[in-house]
Design a binder for this molecule. Structure first.
Ligand code: FAD
Length: 480
């Protein structure tokens, strides 16, 4: 069944109606009211995506309101004004809306409303939302997408905005645990946290922001049993801190290697702390030049960074809202949550649960414990190599994409998708976390907003080359 487009001058199809795809759709219908923009997402609540779809009331954004502004109308801060759910957040930020950390659920509602308000119901120009999963491209010479139910969407331009992939289980592929009922491979699946005895011990694999979300959700849903979070280094995300300022200090002398970067940051943190400024502001001052630094490193240096510096970078860069940090501290102080640096090995069935041996980092005696549920909190998967997702398998078969060697996503140049020999597509683009190989930090709303703005303008102007990556990021970083 072909999807009819009688009046629009041009059709653009976006795969994925999370924040990245929805924002692009909203910006394009504003810039090109004569175009038809088709947003494809399986959810009944387009706009939210994974991050703002599966959240519990306790989950807060980890970016303050001012940095979440994406150039939409009404502004997020104005939309939030007067909402009862903001009372606690405003009390914490001293009444400053711009500095407050809002519930994630509210941001999800805001995005969903934005998409709903922009929708058109006829077949002409404007935004059309299709509920479905894109599984392959139309065969040449036609261009567009086929959905899993057989519907076809013809389009001049296709944008991939499929975002955060379910996490990769940190287990050998043939491990019996992969299929065991006591293992939750995807913590965001609707049944991941159901049927857990509230007094039973639970093992959380990972100690980052996903673990924080899941520990809070379990506690909120009445879990009383011990929760043990384990990762190789046992690093917890840092907490946001209000106030202070630190000037950008890296540009124009960009660090030549990951080691130079971490030395420069550590030296600057010492200087900032001596001047009474929190380390958080130093990390914020690095943020505007991260994409530029990343683009100057060799593949070997990037690999070094991912192996040695990434864990520390992640916990300093991706932080918890102060209230979330307080709740996690309270769970740890009560002894309900503990965090360990260890490797988990020798998984064996134990009743309905599993026995596992933890080998502490840096040596010390191994410990075997039995838990009722193991929850994979290692965070979204990024590598597409070997991933059995129909759309990407089709794109790979057709020689249109090149998953990168570092396992971060798809190779792109200013969002244009690159083929295996580096050929730049003129009609296939990608956005958001998928484009990490070129941008590295392209996970959070401020960076994605800058990326979307650049792509929307380039597409709207039919320009093959638009503002470069460096220009897009030049004014980011103030605040958080
Ligand atoms: C739990 C969590 C919390 C976060 N919190 C914050 C925060 O507080 N602040 C912040 O700045 N950033 C946060 N982030 C970062 C987040 O990555 C970005 O903010 C942003 O939401 C990414 O949006 P996205 O649209 O690229 O990806 P996603 O939100 O993952 O959306 C992708 C969408 O594409 C759909 N899709 C996938 N494949 C197909 C297909 N074949 N056909 C059709 N649809 C498809 C998916 O169903 C999904 O709806 C968070 C991330 C996570 C995972």
């Amino acid at each position: 069944m072909a999807f009819d487009t009688p009046t629009a001058r041009r059709t653009l199809a976006i795969v994925g109606g999370g924040f990245s795809g929805s924002l692009l759709a909203l910006k394009l219908v504003a810039l090109r009211p004569d175009w038809r923009v088709v947003l494809i997402d399986p959810s009944s609540r387009p706009g939210r995506g994974l991050a703002y779809g599966a959240c519990a009331p306790s989950h807060l954004l980890n970016v303050p309101v001012a940095r979440m502004e994406a150039g939409l109308s009404p502004a997020y801060g104005d939309w939030l004004a007067g909402r009862a759910e903001m009372v606690e957040a405003l009390a914490e930020s001293g009444g400053e809306m711009s500095a407050a950390f809002s519930p994630r659920e509210l941001w999800g509602q805001y995005l969903q409303q934005q998409v709903a308000a922009a929708r058109v119901t006829d077949n002409g120009a404007g935004l059309t939302v299709l509920r479905g999963e894109a599984v392959r491209l139309l065969d040449a010479p036609r261009r567009g997408l086929v959905l899993s139910d057989g519907r076809e969407v013809e389009a001049d331009t296709v944008v991939l905005a499929t975002g955060n992939l379910p996490p990769r289980p940190p287990l050998p592929a043939d491990s019996w645990l992969q299929d065991a009922a006591c293992f939750a491979a995807d913590p965001w699946a609707h049944d991941a946290l159901t049927v857990i005895d509230p007094d039973a011990p639970v093992l959380l694999l990972g100690t980052g922001l996903t673990m924080v979300d899941i520990a809070l959700k379990l506690a909120e849903e009445g879990h009383r049993g011990p929760m043990l979070a384990v990762s190789r280094r046992g690093l917890l995300p840092g907490a946001h801190r209000y106030g202070g300022h630190w000037e950008p200090f890296l540009a124009p002398m960009l660090p030549a290697s990951p080691l130079t970067l971490s030395k420069a940051i550590r030296a600057e943190v010492r200087r900032a702390e001596a001047a009474g400024q929190p380390w958080q502001r130093v990390i914020d001052a690095v943020r505007p030049v991260i994409a530029r630094i990343w683009s100057t490193w060799t593949p070997k240096q990037k690999r070094q960074f991912l192996r040695h510096q990434r864990p520390r970078w992640d916990v300093h860069r991706h932080r918890m809202a102060p209230r979330i940090a307080g709740r996690i501290e309270a769970l740890m102080a009560d002894g309900q949550l503990s965090v360990r640096a260890a490797r988990s090995r020798d998984w064996t069935p134990a009743g309905d649960g599993v026995a596992v041996t933890l080998h502490p980092r840096g040596g010390g005696p191994a410990e075997t414990l039995t838990v009722a549920r193991v929850i994979n909190c290692t965070g979204p998967r990024s590598d597409l190599q070997g991933l059995e997702v129909p759309l990407y398998a089709d794109l790979a078969r057709k020689g249109l994409i090149a998953p990168d060697d570092l396992g971060l996503g798809l190779e792109t140049a200013d969002c244009a998708v690159l083929g295996p020999r580096g050929e730049v597509s003129t009609w296939l683009h990608a956005l958001g976390p998928l484009t990490r190989p070129a941008w590295w930090e392209i996970t959070a709303v401020p960076e994605i907003t800058a990326q979307v703005d650049g792509l929307a303008h380039r597409l709207a102007e039919d320009a093959v080359v638009g503002p470069s990556l460096e220009e897009a990021f030049v004014d980011l970083g103030a605040g958080i």
